[in-house]
Design a protein around this ligand. Structure first.
Ligand code: GDP
Length: 699
């Protein structure tokens, strides 16, 4: 029969790990009593060791779920805190210290916490029992305790003394039972005392006759009766006496000396041994009578969980490990998919785009601001001029432009351009699902990808810079390349023309039509001329007062809103740019430019485009070798070694559970598994099941 309690205690522990709902609870013995009633002494006598926190100031602040596991045949005794993962603790003073720490961790402003401490004790000397030790009732809160403490403790106890738990009401023999908060609380929920055992402590402090009177229970009858104990006898204390020995001595001395009242012929229950047996009997019969109800409840819960698992997940099982593996695979696949954006042609096109801008800058700087630029167009359209007869001025200009382009930091800029592309690719992966659920993994992902890039950037940009060096001195262009460059230049210029025209159109609309714009521009032109004149005059006569200048200016500008003046200035820039662009476009389309690279001096745009093409090609080649190949090789390997594979089992579970949908899936699956296991165990008990009869009182 003892097997049944043991099994049911195991099942109780499993059920507690499933959930805390009352429906799935097997009974436990809840120990209540006022402070100093001898509660700890009783528990320690039952366990046989001193292990509870000691001290005058409210040392029990959290419920202790104490599970005793009888281990016959074994010689070791030890405790375990499953939630802490400290392993087996064989030294009971160590258990005491841990419990003290756990209790003191509750801030004194809160004083009590509802969160139970799970402690299991394995020993050949303990019975199979589950006991819950609660903070002792207090009469008056001391100075440093909150006023609400009394109510807080009472409501915590109230929660635990509900059905189906058994109440162990601890009262001291030297205090009137009428004043026992434990009995008062129990009477509220169990008026007939059907599930309350009274424990009367400190029997040695009252005369035997009075003690026997209390135990007979005539004044406050309890169906399960009272047990009298002497756990910590007053007077001399044996040297290095264990709790068990002290209780044995106390019981023996007191009850032995008063055999008339408590001897064999008496029906009173006395002694720690009797108490222990009584607890076992009562718990067992209570467990046995809960068996039917709990089996039904588990069956119902299991059916519900099975149904939900089918409906929500189509019975698909997952594990934290499989989730991690899938996440890694998906990341690699995603990354691989993205790498197509980084093939050589794509990189070349990107770099060319960047170089196109540089070409435009160089052209603007060296040609478009040059007053003589229209001459170039005229030369291009004049069939009589031979290329070698063109003024050296233009040859120098072209050399300068080509060199400016090649020396503009192409190595660094192109490497950074590609590296930034990779970086934002990784960032976009890290910012998307499922990494939104895994911020630490996302951070690691970003960290190591940036690290790989950092390691390669310097080297790559040096390498690119080195390889384009020859173009700084000489660029050879064949006919095919020339025509390609020319077509591209035409294209580029056409786009630029469109851009300028759009801008002008916008401005025209903003200021209110082309007439108005022409007026504005004329006005701004005169303004600029006046300013120039003024500047010239100031240069001639420096002491001229600046006051006059500024007053004239504000006076004139007053005629139009400043925003429109600004628009007019921009419009002038755009139309100047437009006229140059149109001139150059015409030149680029001329017979002369079409004829080939011999006319490079007359068509610098085509030439620079060819140079840009060559630079882009070379840069792309070396960036591919030095940066991309390395990155694409290293990144998946870093995923393996740094992202997830160095996690231990617990970290893997934590990682998987960061994802809410995975967490829900795992929770339901686990719940179903546990319920199945409990159900299996419950079914296997049917052979052990006794008749569910309440244990009668022994007297
Ligand atoms: P708790 O506050 O309810 O846990 O009470 P304790 O177990 O700490 O006991 C309170 C005090 O009563 C301690 O000083 C114990 O030594 C003393 N005490 C406990 N049991 C007995 C007993 O059976 N006889 C006597 N004389 N004193 C006891």
């Amino acid at each position: 029969l003892m097997q049944l309690t043991k099994k049911l205690i195991e099942i109780r522990t499993m059920l507690l790990s499933i959930d805390q709902s009352d429906a799935l609870k097997l009974p436990s013995i809840v120990v209540i009593g006022s402070q100093s009633s001898g509660k700890s002494s009783v528990l320690e006598a039952v366990v046989g060791h001193e292990f509870l926190p000691k001290g005058s100031n409210m040392v029990t602040r959290r419920p202790i779920e104490l599970t005793l596991i009888h281990t016959p045949g074994s010689t070791t005794e030890y405790g375990e805190f499953p939630a802490l993962g400290l392993g087996k603790i064989t030294d009971f003073s160590n258990i005491q210290r841990t419990l003290t720490d756990l209790n003191l961790a509750v801030p004194s402003t809160e004083a009590v916490s509802n969160e139970p401490i799970d402690l299991r004790i394995y020993s050949p000397h303990v019975p199979d029992l589950t006991l819950i030790d609660l903070p002792g009732y207090i009469q008056i809160a001391s100075m440093d305790q909150p006023d609400s403490l009394k109510e807080k403790i009472a409501s915590l106890c109230e929660k635990y003394i509900r059905e189906p738990n058994i109440i162990l009401a601890v009262c001291a023999a030297d205090v009137d039972l009428a004043n026992s908060p434990a009995l008062r609380a129990s009477r509220k929920v169990d008026p007939l005392g059907l599930r309350t055992i009274g424990v009367v402590t400190k029997m040695d402090l009252v005369p035997a006759e009075q003690g026997a009177g209390i135990l007979s229970g005539n004044r406050y009858p309890l169906h399960l009766g009272y047990v009298g104990v002497v756990c910590k006898p007053a007077g001399k204390k044996g040297k290095r006496e264990s709790s068990m020995e002290a209780a044995e001595r106390g019981d023996h001395d007191y009850f032995g000396a008063n055999r008339d009242y408590f001897g064999k012929s008496s029906t009173l229950m006395v002694g720690t041994d009797t108490l222990r047996r009584r607890l076992m009997e009562v718990l067992e019969s209570s467990m046995a009578s809960s068996l039917h109800g709990i089996t039904n409840a588990v069956q119902l819960e299991l059916e519900e969980a099975t149904y939900q698992f089918k409906v929500q997940y189509n019975d698909r099982r997952i594990s934290a490990e499989s989730y991690v593996a899938e996440t890694v695979d998906a990341l690699k696949a995603r990354f691989k998919g993205f790498t197509t954006q980084f093939r050589k042609p794509q990189i070349r096109a990107k770099l060319k785009e960047m170089l196109d801008e540089k070409v435009m800058d160089v052209l603007e700087q060296l040609y478009w601001l040059d007053k003589r630029v229209p001459e170039l167009g005229e030369l291009a359209n004049d069939p009589k001029v031979k290329p070698e007869e063109v003024e050296p001025y233009w040859r120098h200009k072209l050399d300068a432009a080509s060199s400016l382009l090649t020396k503009s930091g192409v190595g660094r800029d192109s490497t950074l351009l590609v590296a930034d592309g990779l970086r934002s690719l990784i960032d976009s992966i890290a910012q998307g699902e499922p990494y939104t659920f895994h911020p630490r993994a996302a951070e690691r992902l970003i960290q190591f990808s940036h690290m790989i890039l950092r390691d390669r950037i310097g080297l790559t940009s040096d390498q690119v810079e080195n390889c384009i060096k020859p173009y700084k001195y000489e660029v050879e262009v064949d006919d095919r390349e020339w025509e390609g460059g020319r077509v591209q230049a035409v294209d580029l210029f056409q786009k630029e023309v469109e851009m300028c025209e759009t801008k002008l159109k916008e401005i025209r609309k903003r200021v209110g039509g082309s007439r108005r714009l022409t007026g504005l521009m004329g006005y701004v032109k005169t303004l600029e001329e006046q300013e120039k004149e003024k500047k010239a005059r100031r240069l001639l006569v420096p002491e001229t007062d600046s006051e006059e200048g500024s007053s004239t200016q504000s006076e004139v500008e007053y005629r139009y809103p400043p925003a429109q003046i600004m628009d007019a200035r921009h419009a002038m820039l755009y139309s100047d740019r437009l006229s140059v662009l149109k001139l150059r476009l015409a030149a680029l389309k001329s017979k002369r430019c079409k004829a080939g690279p011999a006319n490079d001096v007359l068509c610098p745009e085509a030439f620079l485009n060819v140079v840009a093409d060559k630079l882009a090609y070379t840069a792309a080649m070396f960036i591919n070798i030095e940066l991309l190949d390395q990155f694409f090789y290293q990144f998946p390997r870093e995923i393996d070694t740094r992202l997830l594979y160095d996690l231990d089992r617990q970290e893997i579970v934590e990682f998987a559970r960061e994802n809410p949908s995975v967490r829900r899936h795992l929770d339901l699956q686990e719940r179903k598994d546990k319920l199945e296991e409990v159900m299996k165990q419950l079914n296997s008990l049917s052979t052990l099941r006794p008749d569910p009869q309440p244990t009668p009182r022994r007297n």
